[in-house]
Write a new protein. Structure first.
Length: 108
């Protein structure tokens, strides 16, 4: 059972590519950017800097949204796993209690 739970978390980790998103958090989105010219010209340099900064901000914001969504999925999975594990532990007691209650009902 715990092996299955571990596999669920492994799947979610790899489905959302959390490791890759964390490693490339500050990279430009889809490697988009502007190349700086061969000669230094202030206008081209400023244009490339602004575009590269915007692409990095877009990359950070999109990766942050994906990471936040994956964190919510991890939280929901944790709650569902906790519910199922508690039900798994309580199920024998519930079955025994229902069996005793049924015998008491038939005996009356």
């Amino acid at each position: 059972m715990f092996r299955l739970i571990g596999r669920m978390y492994w799947f979610e980790w790899h489905f959302f590519s959390v490791g890759i998103l964390l490693r490339s958090f500050f990279q430009p989105w889809k490697r988009l950017g502007e190349e700086k010219g061969e000669k230094f010209k202030l206008e081209q340099w400023l244009q490339a800097t602004v575009i590269n900064t915007m692409m990095r901000l877009i990359g950070i914001s999109l990766r942050a949204v994906i990471l936040a969504f994956s964190l919510m999925v991890f939280a929901v999975t944790t709650l569902v796993v906790a519910l199922f594990v508690s039900m798994w532990c309580l199920l024998p007691i519930i079955i025994l209690a229902l069996l005793v209650r049924g015998v008491q009902f038939v005996m009356q």
